[in-house]
Design a protein around this ligand. Sequence first.
Ligand SMILES: [Zn+2]
Length: 175
Amino acid sequence: MQSGRNPSLMEGIETKSSRTGGASDVSRSSRGPSFDAKTLALAIGGVAILAVAIIMIVRSVSTFGNSVGSASRLRVAVDAESGKVFENYLIKDGESWPWKNPTTGMATLYPPEECWWTSSGEAKLEPTYVLLNSIIGKEGPTTCPDCGREVVAHNPMPPAELLLKAAEREKSGSK
Ligand SMILES: [Zn+2]
């Protein structure tokens, strides 16, 4: 019985040890590739993140490039009839105003000038878009409907210190 048990025990130990050995061998051999896969996955992940970052940078650069002149560009357009402002109007390259209003189908959109003044003579952070009389075929100087100042082509911004004050006002919450 004992002699019978011992071999069976030995067999058990042997098979166990050989199994664990085998298992550890398998796990070792599978650990090797799994480490590689992990590194590969990390590398791919890193590359993917880098690619996304590059795409975002390229996109932001190309939006800046758009204003310089590529296939199309976004700009502000104002409807001379309704006064409606189109903040991100897409203009195809070489397309001259008046542009077509997508809502009405009429060519009544013009590029506005920006007025950054308030009626109290301070600067503001959101401009009022004003169409110049000379652009829409009206006589006389153009005045801003918000502050009453005269608006000219390439309308100048308020001094930097007034803009800074406006930014500070906005920060403190009192507009
Ligand atoms: Zn104004």
